[in-house]
Design a protein around this ligand. Sequence first.
Ligand code: SF4
Length: 564
Amino acid sequence: MKRRDFLKIIGAGGVGTGLGVLFGKLTKAPGAKLIPRLIPPEDVIPGIGTWYSSSCTQCGAGCGTMVKVMEGHARKIEGNPLNPVNKGKLCVRGQAALQALYNPDRIKAPLKRRGERGKGDFEEISWDEAISIVAKNLAGTPADKAYLVSSRLRGHYNTLVANFMAGYGSQNHINYELFQPRNLAYANQVSMGLGAIPHYDIENTKYLLSFGADFSTTWLSPVGYSRAYGEMRQGKGKRGKLVQVEPRLSLSGANADEWVSVRPGAEGILALSIAFAIIEKGQYRGGDAGSWKAALGAFKPSEAVKLTGVSEEKIYEIAKEFAATRPSLALGGGNVARYEDGHAGLVAVNILNHVAGNIGIKGGVVPNPETNLRGEKRNDFKNSIAKFAHDASAGKVKAVLFCNTNPVFTAPAQMKLTDALKNTAFIASVSSFIDETTAMADIVLPVHHTLEDWGDDFTDPAPGAGQAAIIQPVVSPVYNTKGLGDIFISLGKAMGGKTASKLPGGSYADYLKDSWKELYSRNRAMSVGTSGFDEFWNKVLANGGWWPAEQDRPRTAHVSASAV
Ligand code: SF4
């Protein structure tokens, strides 16, 4: 007998005997479980980790990640130095994604409501049964009475779900999550005609004037902006200045050279008043100064004092330095975006950037290219959670599928969503945890964690140039869950008819790869340095995505005086 065979028998026998004594019986033949430990798969070297590239989905920033996997378990997540969004850095939330992957409270299998709605009393069922119940209820509901409420769907999840909804014939897709830059996207669209959030070039600016944007904690892309802020303050060249304007001191404000207290809701008025002062003092470089002065006439610093609580001297002082320092950059976020008319304050910040000549320059506001994914539906400003709550209260919502979002907890209490959902005949939820919304569901479809699933992300905001990041499974599913794309494909197939015909016949992984093949075929920059799609795809999986070697050509945008 060989030494290796001897060790196998001793190992299996020893552990098997121990388990047998402990539980009274062996649930599996010992060899079935133990031999893989003794003869691991070829690519597993015990004690040696393998790093896989992927992307973080813990917030909307889409930082690139590298995940260390040892013996089939994800052990550590770090930032991907190749990804231009975060350049190797990662925040605590990104690092903590492992806690969600192995969280014992994750939903472990599809669930069916057993007790009273909202009490969270469920029983486990099979995937076939769960998909068939959801499909039957959706197919049996008129499409205009069925709703999908989802968090932001990244990349090709978005195109797949848009196809699903188009096949079903429903326009009722509500994109909702708590920290959604919806007002910013709207403000940029109406004032600058931009479909994507621009790149705010903090790294290269010399005077940063932030209206409530807490960029070092939660605003848009906190890791990327914190890194850029570090470069602005301590990198090469002259140290940049930060002036933070807000009613309540934020962490970014605590790091500022100057903190300016402003009355809540008056941030936009202050921005327009600074813009007026720039024009009044002849620091505006455009040829249409007359129309701007007329448009901003109501925001003279002498008038703005009463509304903003900021002195006239301070307004002129900020205006002079902001316009004279090149390049300068104004940000609008936080409270400014959260008022009911939040987009108006953000339009005011865009106007200030325009008047100071900051749009389309290095160190200013750099418009990002559109992703141009076929069939993508990125910004839909007609559908909102308020409209959904209104329709649900009016009894117009007969079936709803929630997807990775928890509006029952996060939407304003005045919307009374819990009461409104009592009028809804069927509720399903795609989720990883029994949160307040999922507890209201009749059927729960547990979804893979990002580290178990395929996906991609075309970040918004992008880092000033086109980029495409990949999400790939780095470990086998821990529980009996399904990938998000595969859930929609299974539902579509079970519903049949037009919905099925709009969806791919294979798996989501195949759909994703085919979609990237299509992107590759119409994007010449992607083929640079590769001999064909297969080589390109292997590089994407190894690097965590694709980024052009050369920066895209500079882009700019225009704000007209009619935006006031
Ligand atoms: S900032 Fe980056 S690392 Fe942090 S949660 Fe968001 S995507 Fe993840």
